[in-house]
Design a protein around this ligand. Structure first.
Ligand code: 5GP
Ligand code: ZN
Length: 113
């Protein structure tokens, strides 16, 4: 499948890995929008939130566990952070492999949209 994040997970495209386990991979965003900008992705190819079902949703809960752990390790748990998932055209999703942006390390804009 021609998916950039599947290629990152397989190692075909290099990335700066932050965390990996059997179902989740996390790496630094190539064009960071905050001092800490990590992408957390399921290893299984799920295109977007539109494709989350009762069959695959367990990995989403696990991603939030990983996010909490990484926030502590990256030193932003106390100062605060935002987790963002873009879905589809109006949200500006550019990579159609579900991913969660973990953003922090500075005062983030209050506006959500
Ligand atoms: P989206 O706009 O789909 O929510 O976010 C996609 C994100 O993936 C963007 O922030 C973009 O910078 C990041 N990205 C796209 N291609 C690559 C890549 O090859 N490597 C890394 N590390 N990040 C990427
Ligand atoms: Zn993929």
């Amino acid at each position: 499948m021609d998916c950039v994040f599947c290629k990152i997970i397989s190692g075909e495209i290099p990335s700066k890995k932050v965390y990996e386990d059997e179902s989740v991979y996390a790496f630094y965003d190539i064009s960071p929008m905050a001092p800490v900008h990590v992408l957390i992705v399921p290893k299984m190819h799920i295109a977007s939130v539109n494709e989350v079902t009762s069959e695959n949703s367990a990995v989403i809960a696990h991603i939030y566990e990983v996010a909490a752990k990484l926030a502590k390790e990256l030193g932003i748990a106390e100062s605060g952070y935002r987790i963002v998932t873009n879905c589809g055209k109006n949200a500006g999703q550019t990579v159609f492999h579900l991913h969660f942006h973990l953003l922090g390390g500075t005062q983030l804009k209050i506006e959500m949209c």
